[in-house]
Each structure stands twice: as C-alpha cells, then as structure tokens.
Design a protein around this ligand. Structure first.
Ligand code: CP
Length: 309
C-alpha cells in the first residue's frame, strides 16, 4: 500500500507515502474517537516493539496502536533482556526474527540502528528514534496535528526552538515540513545549531522573539539534560531566560500562536507550565494523534491487500 517497505527516516521517504500516511491517520482518528475504538485490520500479524532506550509516549502509543488493530504485540525491553548478559544487537534481532514476526519497531541510541535492523529481519522495520538521526513517527504525528489545526501545511510558518543539533525530532520535522511546503526558522544557542542548517533548507536566528513574532506555530524541543555536562548551555536558568517559551514572551505577542512540544517536557526550562497548559498548546493532541498516526503507519506497511479500511 506504500512504495516503501520500511519507515526508517523521512529524509528520503517518498512524499506520496508521507501524504498517504497523514491522510489515513485522520480515518484512524475517527475510529479512535468512536465508541468501538478498534479496527481489526492486522489480525494474525505479530509485531515486536524493541526499546533499547527509555520511552513513555512512543512505546505506549505503538503498543496501543497494535492492539487497536488486532495485531499480536510483544514488548522487548533491553534492560530486562539478555542484552544485559552481553548479547549483541545482531544476535538479539536474529533470535526474535526466528520466532516469525511480521514487523519490528525499534528505538535505539545509535544512529543507523533501524536501518541495520532491515538486514537481519524479513518484516517491516519502523524507526521509533535512532540516536540523533531521525524520529519519523514523531514528525508524522506532528504533521497530522498541524494539518488538523490549520487545514494545510503548505506555506505554514514554523519555528523550532532549542537543541536542533542533537534532536532527531527536529531533523525529521524539518524533512517532513520541507516536503510539505512549510517555511521553517530554527532558533537556539549557536552551540546547539547544526553547521549545515542552510543545507537543510531552514533559516536560523538566535533571537527567540523574532521567531515568535513571525511564526504560526512553534515547536519547543526538550533540552537534553543528560548532555548538560558537555557545557553547550551555561545553565538551565540562563537557557530559560534566553530561549524559553515563557509566559512573559508569549503573552506579549500580537497574535495567537500554536504551541507544540514532542515531550518529555522540562517545565520551567524550555517551556513554562502556564504555556504548556494553555489553550494554544496542542501537546496532548499530539499524543492522541500519535496513536492514530502509528495505526496508519502499521496498517499501510503491514496489512494484507484484502484488508480495506
Ligand atoms: N516524543 C517521544 O518520543 O517521547 P518518548 O521518549 O516518551 O517516547
């Protein structure tokens, strides 16, 4: 149903496949909002969710999407597996594949791990975040949320604030937004901006007020507190003051802007609680759209042709 067999990243993903996933997500959203909440389209399919890194939203969202589609869903967590006894990724995956699975969802700290997985298993592979490379399903749920809110993505003005350099969400969002015709400005301290921003086709500023006054929607990124020791930002307090989505800043704007954040949020660092919980924030809509989007991705990659939505 898609040209692609896997969903590894959006950089080279066909725009037609991206649009098909987004459009189909709205059908699944209707199903999720109906009393039934299920569409048994993957009966008999077995999907393993392999999480080598922590996750709340993505892991629960995939598990729920699989259950809503009637698939057999297995959760693998590296912290309680034989990985702890020294088993390699290749051996782990080949053993799981030997148990006859149809699809695998993987989150791993190493960029390229999802692509590597395609060499070891026959089924479809979905990247649930590979290091600082890509997080395509997050970007797809973001596109669904934007399309739901604005009706279109073409010519939308999107500001992305924060650690663009290390963010797989920012990279996947940029690839998706560019394919769909949005304008993008990224903003953050120079230590957290990539040197190839121009190649990515985005504009750069270090002035958050400039972006906020320009954009229709702002995506705040998580400051990766685990990287604080690298000294790329002087302190959480200084980051909040220079680049935070603060109540003081947002309340002074002459127009309403939509606030997005992929989660998990550091309240009081990259975003104030008053903004995260405000009417203009669609952060929890993103979470529900995550289930619909992942149902769409799983259905389009794994369903038999005879299973019509
Ligand atoms: N947005 C996101 O990927 O959240 P989790 O790390 O909780 O899955």
């Amino acid at each position: 149903m898609l040209k692609s067999k896997h969903l590894i990243g959006l950089e080279n993903f066909p725009t037609s496949d991206l649009n098909k996933i987004i459009d189909t997500s709205f059908k699944f959203k209707e199903i999720l909002e109906s009393p039934e909440r299920k569409a048994i389209l993957l009966k008999g399919k077995t999907i393993v969710n392999m999480f080598f890194e922590n996750s709340t939203r993505t892991k629960i969202s995939f598990t729920l999407a699989e259950k809503r589609l009637g698939a057999d869903s297995i959760n693998f967590s590296s912290s309680t597996s034989s990985v702890k006894k020294g088993e390699t990724l290749k051996d782990t995956i080949q053993n799981i594949d030997a148990m006859k699975i149809d699809g695998a969802v993987i989150r791993h700290g190493h960029p390229g791990s999802a692509l590597k997985l395609t060499e070891y298993i026959d089924g479809a592979v979905i990247n649930a975040g590979d290091g600082s490379h890509e997080h395509p399903t997050q970007a797809i749920l973001d596109m669904v949320t934007l399309k739901e809110k604005f009706g279109k993505i073409k010519n939308l003005k999107v500001g992305i604030i924060g650690d663009i350099l290390n963010s797989r969400v920012a990279r996947s969002d940029i690839f998706a937004l560019k394919k769909l015709g949005a304008e993008i400005v990224v903003c953050g301290p120079s230590t957290l901006l990539p040197s190839n921003a121009k190649q990515l086709g985005v504009n750069i500023t270090h002035n958050i007020n400039e972006v906020l006054n320009w954009c229709d929607v702002v995506i705040g990124l998580r400051i990766q507190l685990e990287r604080m020791h690298l000294g790329r930002i002087p302190s959480k307090r200084e980051y909040h003051s220079e680049f935070g989505l603060t109540y003081e800043r947002i309340s002074k704007l002459k127009k309403d802007i939509v606030i997005m954040h992929p989660g998990p949020m550091n309240r009081g660092v990259e975003i104030d609680s008053k903004i995260a919980d405000s009417e203009n924030a669609v952060i929890l809509d993103q979470v529900l759209n995550g289930v619909a989007s992942r149902m769409s991705i799983l259905y389009l990659l794994l369903a038999d042709k005879s299973e019509k939505l």
